[in-house]
Write a protein that binds this ligand. Structure first.
Ligand code: FAD
Ligand code: NDP
Length: 585
């Protein structure tokens, strides 16, 4: 120790005298990385190149080991605090700790990370951060719908989205199986009845088990869950109010806003008073009866499909086109198929008022609408469901006062490719993020990768391109990549070749159901070796089929790759490896 004392004094005085002190080696790429990091922070530093100092450099390195337990360079100190090596410095920079050190010293916060929203994105991010040893809090609170529906932890997907929707879709598919079963020798009673209340009760029981599972998993991972509505009070401080009005405040170094969206109501008389949305449908304590869905996108078409499938009289009010943004040929095939099943479409119409004409559960509602040609539409329904889009839950978060820029037209958070908002320590993921897809796996992926980037050296960004998706209509529609319209616009008509097939799923052959309504389509770019830029399939289990092919599309599969792929016989998936040019059909 005595021989090291003078050297240790030298190390200490260098650390004290320099705001940023880097013990470095001139040839070391990690040292250079750290130097450029401080340059980006506009922070002056002294870098002592130990390899150019002969024996003294070796002694300094030994003294540094005794002081910091670190043998390697760079060895970084800021304002007298030991930061560590290259990785530790990079992570401190990403987390915001480096900035605090440069400004005087580390600040004390209650949490490393506070997440607003315990849905798909928020929960995934919280678990990832806790696994990396961070102190995390999640706020999740559900404001009741106009008719008072509310639910537990897990967000939209678990409670009022993907999960109950897929289960009700399954309920409807049973009806199709009952129709086909006699052709396979099953003897069923003449009339097979569906019990709405039993379906809702079973689904809700399952959802409660998922809510419980989420609470348990957060507790096990050491994530603090607070069932309160959170808003920003200061850039690093949240105020949260629970359902009894109890107010808590917490501070955190970083924030993730993952508040999702809620269904929109139109500004027409009777909308909020008498109508419901998907937020109410999955727990509706009575059978909705004759139902009108307003809207023609994912939610309207899926709900119309399963409600009709469980035996209800269903109409869909379509303002303009089906499934805006999707391949329109596929969208119209879905519409044709649903119509052939008995779902009614009121095309070119918007609602103008809803009046209650009979109390009850369900009661009777008079719907008035305006057709494109100016004529009036009037019809009575037991239930009216609005599925006309969703509003981001950013209105009362006080985000703009914190420097977070919102898209004025939809209230969503504007962020960079790393989901960082215009206020550097506040990030946004999932449905609330402007310009990105509103899908559960997208929110989960964004949450996980964002946390890894914040707390590790990872630079991996969420890839929002070629995300596969499926619309769970009676015949499911799966797709990945571009619609034919978007491909034509992007590559030009002369560069696009489209391959098609109509096919008959074997499982429908005996009952002759939906004869040749299933359809597959590949959109290829000619001058890129016929790379497949759009994959579309309409048929049973399209979601399962599309997930697998999505990998091929992401890896740049060409039409020849599809043609060379040996199919699995007899499946619907194999149909997509033997598509033809339209002319060859
Ligand atoms: P959410 O899951 O919406 O979670 C946000 C949470 O934050 C909510 O619990 C909310 O109450 C809470 N919150 C809001 N503000 C605050 C606040 N200030 N303080 C505290 N808590 C707050 N996607 C698919 O991939 N596949 C599907 O099949 C599918 N089907 C769907 C069907 C329907 C009917 C709907 C509505 C959506 C469907 N989606 C589907 C979309 C999917 O549900 C969403 O993309 C996903 O849930 C978004 O996750 P998120 O984390 O962004 O937000
Ligand atoms: P969308 O925003 O996708 O569609 C809104 C629909 O409502 C459009 O058809 C639109 O018509 C119509 N519309 C809008 N305003 C009015 C109005 N005033 N009167 C009548 N019609 C109107 O919303 P969704 O609610 O269907 O879905 C939201 C998101 O949820 C989707 O983008 C999707 O990402 C996600 N989701 C995913 C599912 C899945 O993965 N299977 C399932 C369900 C939802 P127009 O075209 O004329 O504008």
């Amino acid at each position: 120790v005595s021989t090291m004392a003078p050297i240790m004094d030298k190390v200490d005085s260098l650390v004290q005298a320099n705001k940023v002190m880097i013990f470095s080696k001139s040839f070391c790429p990690f040292c250079n990385k750290v130097k450029s990091l401080f340059e980006r922070h506009n922070a002056a530093f002294l870098a002592l190149e130990l390899d150019l100092m002969g024996e003294e450099g070796v002694s300094i390195q030994e003294a540094l080991f005794a002081k910091t337990n670190q043998t390697t360079v760079p060895n970084v100190f800021v304002n007298g605090h030991h930061v560590g090596g290259c990785d530790a410095t990079v992570i401190a920079s990403k987390e915001g700790k480096l900035k605090e050190l440069l400004e005087g010293g580390p600040k004390e916060y209650d949490y490393d990370l506070a997440i607003i929203g315990g849905g798909s994105g928020g929960i995934a991010a919280s678990k990832e951060a806790a696994a990396l040893g961070k102190k995390v809090v999640v706020f999740d609170f559900v404001k009741p719908t106009p008719i008072g529906t509310t639910w537990g932890l897990g967000g939209t997907c678990v409670n009022v989205g993907c999960i109950p929707k897929k289960l009700m879709h399954k309920a409807a598919l049973f009806g199709e199986d009952f129709h086909d079963a006699p052709y396979f020798g099953w003897q069923l009673p003449e009339q097979v009845n569906h019990n709405w209340n039993k379906m809702v009760e079973e689904i809700q029981m399952y959802l409660k088990s998922l809510n419980f599972g989420y609470r348990t998993v957060l507790r096990e991972k050491g994530v603090t869950y607070v069932n309160s509505y959170a808003t920003f009070k200061e850039p690093n401080r949240l105020q949260a109010v629970d359902k009894k009005g109890k107010v808590t405040e917490v501070t955190a170094r970083n924030f993730i806003v993952a508040v999702g969206g809620r269904p929109r109501y139109p500004e027409i008389p009777g909308a909020k008073e008498h109508c419901i949305t998907s937020d109410d449908l999955f727990s509706l304590p009575y059978c909705p009866g004759k139902t009108l869905l307003v809207g023609a996108s994912y939610i309207a078409l899926e709900c119309a499909g399963f409600l009709h499938g469980v035996g209800l009289d269903v109409s869909v009010m379509v303002r303009s086109i089906f499934l805006r943004g999707f391949d329109q040929q596929m969208a119209n095939l879905i519409g044709d198929h649903m119509e052939s099943r008995g779902i009614k479409f009121v095309r070119g119409c918007v609602p103008t008022s809803v009046e209650k004409i009979e109390e009850g559960a369900p009661g009777l509602l008079k719907v008035t609408g305006k057709m494109d040609d100016g004529t009036e539409y009037v019809e009575n329904f037991n239930t009216v469901i609005f599925a006309i889009g969703r509003d981001a839950c950013t209105q009362s978060l006080n985000l703009e006062a914190m420097g977070v820029k919102l898209n004025a037209s939809n209230g969503k958070i504007i962020a960079d490719e790393g989901e960082k908002s215009t206020s550097g320590h506040i990030h946004a993921i999932g449905d609330v993020l402007d310009g990105k897809l509103e899908l559960t796996p997208v929110a989960i992926q964004a949450g996980k990768l964002l946390v890894r980037r914040l707390y590790t050296t990872s630079e991996a960004l969420t890839d929002y391109a070629n995300v596969p998706t499926t619309v769970f209509t009676p015949l499911e529609y799966g797709c990945v990549g571009l619609s034919e319209e978007d491909a034509l616009a992007k590559y030009g008509a002369e560069n696009i070749e489209v391959y098609h097939t109509h096919f008959q799923p074997l499982e429908y052959a005996l009952s002759k159901r939906d004869q040749f309504k299933s359809y597959g389509k590949l959109v290829c770019v000619k001058n890129e070796n016929y790379r497949v830029v759009g994959f579309h399939v309409l048929g049973p289990n399209a979601g399962e089929i599309t997930q697998g092919y999505a990998l091929g599309i992401k890896l740049g599969a060409t039409k020849a790759d599809f043609a060379n792929l040996i199919g699995i016989h007899p499946t619907c998936a194999e149909e997509t490896v033997k598509l033809h040019l339209l002319a060859n059909l």
